[in-house]
Design a protein around this ligand. Structure first.
Ligand code: ADP
Ligand code: MG
Length: 727
């Protein structure tokens, strides 16, 4: 009965942890001490680098020029000196392989000298380029192991930082053939593609000052924190990130007393330390609060450029786990750790801004800015309507299949929420080619002549059920799963908007060449685009059946699961758009598809094996032991009781025994179906979805029923109530 003691020990030790203080209380010092001191920020570069070197580096960062070797040497040495002063002994190229996680390999600065001594050295070529063995990273068929050479190249636009005595250098990762093996490179390419097309539009509007357009992202990260001892007692959480068993607790989230609630002391100590550590790493986290489900929280930084946001989000996820661990907690980033309880997402707030700081999705306050805003807004509407399927595929992961469409997250149907006011303006623009002031007696409002009415930014106006919502000066892509890298969704978003900006720019340029004024051209072209793409706009409740029916009438795809969504990537139009904007070659697109399908297959296989393991080695043995106890005591009681008196207990034993038999049978069935093999990875994925997952839930149903009957002293796994409420 070791399990029983472990579980009970876990419960009894929790009360003591409440009073544990953060080891980081000294960080309650002036913010300046926390800020930036582990990041080789622009401020530090400017302070420490010779002027000419700094200028040259800035040029590289801003214009993407190659870094001269002499410049790289000075930068590397300066970085090293700073890093060593701050306790670093190692450096590492830090990158985003297709696993969706990050990878690092540490080398120390210690370099042997010819006279036998060793010095702390770091050279330009080590800063700029690395050569990790690429053979054990997923490539989706691009590179075979015998040609395993892979390279990393410094992404100078994302600053280096020190973590655990290591200077981490954000890098891109590619193969010997130049084909890309990571999520950073295509993201940078997509940002570049969007910038190029957006600049064409800005030029038409007479913008002569901006040099580039930058895409910005601010992700809201949801996660769970539970006691670490419970986590360790759940093989399912440890191995797969989600509970594969667990009866509903007597209290769930229906009391709605957790959302924005007062944060428990023990959690607060952990959150304070998370914030402090992230600030040190240059991640400007701003909000923290309790989320809807018990034990669920959210953290959001101030937005930054897409590539830095991606780097930072990985640092956030990593830091959440590490700091939680120090506080005796486990951070769960899975999309659905607990069945029947809200899961976690990652709202991807997204916009476009000029390098001189103007947000292109801000309506602005004069007619000229308004017209420009309408062009960018319609570009996004067009892109999302044309490529909703790609956006859906970009958020497909095994965990998200438990959320999308489950009335807690947006459905798998991609649509846009614009709000009533903006929708009305859009509709007027469609019919008349110009907008009218709403409700004020038909005062005409022409593009480029009069101003838009103020668009509300108020949070209360927002529709929380839409997968893609306009929130005043940005879009919030809400279907992104909590554990996913920000790379995929933002690569797609940037690429599809680049395409529609490209089309718009070409049409506007031609129209103007043909003698039209900019205003006239904008009116005509936007009107045509809106007519074509307005079906994507939906301001109602996305959770109701009527919307699903309506969406199907509108021809909007409803790709419910990963095996439905991923094949989209291979459709010609999608292969073409990535190739056209030089994001992925057709071979690279195919390789991404392979990697993603294989991740799905491996995940479900691991979940199924884990279900078997827990079922066969923990739950069934406990239930049979308990059944024996009941049978024994029943036999003993029988000699002194009448038949009618003992009957209900016999029924209880019978039900127990019947459920035990069912569990044993289902486990054998699950075991059997796992032997399946298929050359075709997509067919295999569908087999996992249609045959394996349903069998796993049959096993679970029986086991969960048993959990409500079996003496809790015998039950080997921490219950939902214990995990969600005991902190
Ligand atoms: P809510 O929960 O109300 O949606 P939060 O304040 O939790 O809002 O998060 C909003 C996120 O949107 C923040 O990360 C914020 O930095 C980000 N954000 C704000 N403006 C922009 C923008 N122009 N581009 C990208 N992200 C933005
Ligand atoms: Mg939020």
């Amino acid at each position: 009965m070791n399990n029983k003691t472990a579980r009970q020990d876990a419960i009894s030790s929790i009360s003591e942890k409440e009073i544990q203080k953060s080891a980081y209380d000294h960080l309650q010092e002036p913010a300046a001490q926390m800020f930036g001191n582990k990041v080789f920020s622009d401020y530090l570069m400017k302070q420490r680098l010779p002027k000419a070197i700094y200028k040259s580096l800035k040029k590289t960062i801003e214009e993407g020029n190659p870094l001269e070797p002499e410049v790289a040497d000075v930068v590397a040495n300066t970085m090293k000196e700073w890093a060593v002063e701050h306790g670093a002994t190692h450096f590492s190229h830090w990158f985003h392989p297709m696993t969706g996680l990050t990878a690092e390999k540490h080398d120390s600065f210690v370099t042997p000298q010819s006279d036998g001594r060793a010095m702390m050295e770091f050279h330009g070529k080590e800063l700029v380029k690395g050569e990790p063995d690429a053979s054990s990273f997923p490539s989706g068929g691009i590179r075979s192991t015998f040609e395993a050479r892979g390279y990393t190249a410094w992404d100078a636009t994302s600053p280096a930082f020190i973590r655990d005595t290591t200077l981490c250098i954000p890098t891109a990762f590619y193969s010997y053939t130049g084909e890309v093996l990571d999520k950073k490179t295509p993201l940078l390419k997509s940002m570049y593609a969007l910038s190029e097309q957006a600049m064409r539009v800005l030029k038409l509007f007479g913008n002569a000052t901006s040099k580039r357009v930058i895409t910005t992202v601010g992700p809201e990260q949801e996660y769970f924190l539970i006691d670490k001892q419970f986590f360790y007692l759940r093989e399912d959480l440890v191995m797969t990130g989600r509970t594969l068993f667990g009866a509903k607790p007597p209290k769930g989230q229906e009391s709605e007393d957790h959302y924005f609630g007062s944060i428990k002391t023990r959690i607060m100590e952990c959150l304070k330390e998370i914030d402090a550590e992230l600030w040190q790493l240059g991640v400007n986290v701003r909000t923290r609060h309790n989320e809807v489900a018990p034990a669920q929280y959210e953290i959001a930084p101030i937005f930054s450029t897409s590539n830095i946001a991606m780097d930072h989000n990985q640092i956030v996820m990593d830091t959440l786990k590490k700091v939680a661990n120090r506080h005796g907690l486990a951070c769960l980033l899975h999309e659905k750790p607990f069945a029947g309880v809200n899961g976690s997402g990652k709202h991807n707030n997204w916009s476009m801004a000029t390098d001189d700081g103007f947000n292109l999705l801000d309506p602005g306050d004069d007619p000229y800015q308004n017209a420009q805003f309408m062009v960018f807004l319609v570009a996004v509407i067009t892109a999302v309507d044309k490529h909703g399927d790609l956006l859906r595929a970009a958020v497909a992961n095994p965990g998200n299949d438990h959320r999308l469409g489950a009335n807690e997250a947006p459905p798998a149907i991609i649509s846009i929420f614009l709000g009533d006011q903006l929708t009305e303006i859009i509709e007027q623009l469609e019919t008349t080619g110009h907008t009218k002031d709403s409700g004020k007696g038909g005062k005409k409002m022409e593009i480029g002549v009069t101003t838009l009415p103020p668009i509300p930014k108020d949070a209360t106006d927002r529709n929380r059920t839409s997968p893609f919502a306009f929130t005043g000066n940005k879009f919030e892509f809400r279907a992104v799963p909590s554990s996913l890298s920000l790379g995929g969704p933002n690569i797609v978003l940037n690429t599809i908007v680049a395409e529609s900006l490209d089309e718009l720019a070409t049409q506007l340029e031609n129209s103007i060449k043909g003698g039209k004024t900019l205003e006239k051209a904008v009116q005509e072209i936007l009107s045509e685009k809106i007519k074509k793409h307005k079906r994507i706009i939906y301001n109602g409740d996305n959770y109701v059946q009527e919307w699903i029916d309506e969406a199907s009438k509108r021809g909007l795809p409803n790709l419910k699961t990963v095996p439905d969504a991923l094949p989209i990537l291979l459709e010609q139009k999608n292969v073409d758009i990535f190739a056209k904007y030089k994001i992925f070659s057709p071979r690279e697109t195919e390789s991404r598809y392979n990697v993603l399908v294989e991740i799905y297959n491996k995940t479900i296989n691991q979940e199924a094996l884990c279900t078997l393991n827990i079922g066969k080695r923990q739950i069934l043995p406990a239930c049979i032991r308990y059944q024996g106890e009941v049978a024994k005591s029943l036999a003993a009681v029988k000699s002194v009781s009448s038949n009618s008196e003992i009957k209900p207990q016999e029924e209880y034993l019978k039900e127990l025994s019947s459920l035990n038999s069912q569990l044993a049978t289902k486990l054998v069935e699950l075991d059997k179906i796992l032997g399946h093999e298929d050359e075709d990875i997509l067919k295999h994925a569908k087999y996992f979805r249609d045959t394996v997952l349903p069998k796993m839930s049959e096993v679970r149903q029986v086991a969960d029923k048993l959990e409500t009957m079996v003496d809790s002293q015998f039950w080997p796994l921490p219950s939902y109530a214990e995990m969600l409420f005991l902190i």
